[in-house]
Design a protein around this ligand. Structure first.
Ligand SMILES: Cc1cc2nc3c(=O)[nH]c(=O)nc-3n(C[C@H](O)[C@H](O)[C@H](O)COP(=O)(O)OP(=O)(O)OC[C@H]3O[C@@H](n4cnc5c(N)ncnc54)[C@H](O)[C@@H]3O)c2cc1C
Length: 301
């Protein structure tokens, strides 16, 4: 049966859109591989009414609530491709065949690519962190590192200084300009030039940052701005316009989260710089409203 909407990605953005469509009694299928971006962190913070719950717990509660709506279908699977045009898209799902739909929401998120430094990846979401607003409070002050990966890393170090005493490891990045150096000094950030060779376990639950020159620094946590990439090639193959943001490439959307391709919407980290659960949930709600209004006012409402 043709769906009113198919949602690719049952994370925070996708499920938020699904509520709107389900409550408008529209037939909506959500397809999800179950790997949300924050799966590496044991707890999520700053989410209204859910502070400290795991991301997985928040998502499974939402999923259970959504399944109470008779027009909602969930498929645990991976979308391989999507093609077609407004009112007649076809979505191919690995092992589940093809489903037809009138509207499509891309909510499949982004991937964080980390610098290739031994010891970094396995600490991601635990003591190697991306955002002080999400996880800075739990560090509880003390020495904190910031690994430079991006021209904005010095700015990140200046911000993180509100959560502890910060060392910025420049790791081969160019030295900040004079104004930035003055800002870092004002914020009490110290600079460590030299390449980082490995992140090890230090004493007393500390993380040890070892430089190639042999110097070591124990920190309670290390902040890193990962390289952000849109997951998969579905948006690209559909021809959706993209733009550069300060955080990497994102899909271009309008105020109701419509992409450049009629009938295709995008919400969440895939279509915004610097997402968090609350912001991407709001995007999902907007996309749900946009899709519903578009269905309502089309010739075949
Ligand atoms: C380590 C870490 C910790 C974080 N902690 C917090 C926090 O404490 N508080 C906070 O507010 N924010 C936090 N964030 C940010 C937050 O996780 C993201 O902003 C949010 O997950 C983005 O939601 P989304 O729905 O856009 O994408 P995601 O949550 O990444 O969901 C995308 C979904 O799409 C699915 N998918 C992908 N490709 C396909 C496909 N081809 N077919 C089917 N399904 C597919 C994936 O399995 C996934 O479930 C954290 C991020 C990271 C990296």
């Amino acid at each position: 049966m043709q769906q009113d909407a198919i949602i690719i990605g049952g994370g925070f953005a996708g499920l938020s859109a699904a509520y709107i469509l389900a409550r408008a009694r529209r037939h909506v299928t959500i397809i999800d591989t179950g790997t949300p971006r924050n799966r590496f962190a044991a707890r999520s913070h700053g989410v209204l009414g859910h502070d400290g719950k795991s991301g997985g717990e928040i998502l499974s509660e939402a999923r259970a609530q959504l399944l109470a709506y008779p027009t909602v279908t969930f498929i645990d699977g991976e979308v391989d491709s999507a093609a077609g045009a407004i009112d007649d898209f076809h979505v191919s799902i690995d092992g589940h065949g093809t489903i037809a739909t009138r509207r499509l929401l891309l909510a499949s998120g982004i991937e964080d690519r980390l610098p290739d430094i031994p010891g970094l990846r396995e600490r991601w979401g635990k003591t190697v962190l991306h955002c002080p607003y999400c996880h800075g409070y739990e560090i509880g002050g003390g020495p904190i590192g910031v690994l430079a990966t991006h021209p904005m890393s010095a700015h990140q170090a200046a911000v993180v200084a509100d959560w502890g005493t910060v060392t910025l490891f420049t790791n081969g990045m160019p030295e900040p300009d004079e104004a930035t150096l003055a800002l870092l000094e004002r914020r009490g950030v110290s600079l460590q030039p030299g390449a980082v060779s490995v992140i090890e376990t230090g004493t007393c639950d500390m993380q040890r940052v070892r430089l190639e020159n042999g110097r070591t620094f124990d920190v309670k946590a290390l902040f890193v701005a990962a390289d952000l990439h849109i997951r998969g090639t579905i948006a690209e193959n559909l021809g959706c316009a993209m733009e550069d943001s300060a955080a990497g490439k994102i899909l271009t959307t309008d105020a109701i989260k419509a992409t450049s391709i009629p009938g295709v919407y995008a919400a969440g980290d895939i279509a915004r710089a610097f997402g968090n659960i609350t912001l991407v949930s709001a995007d999902g709600v907007m996309a749900g409203l946009g899709m519903h209004q578009s269905l309502m006012f089309s010739a075949r409402s």
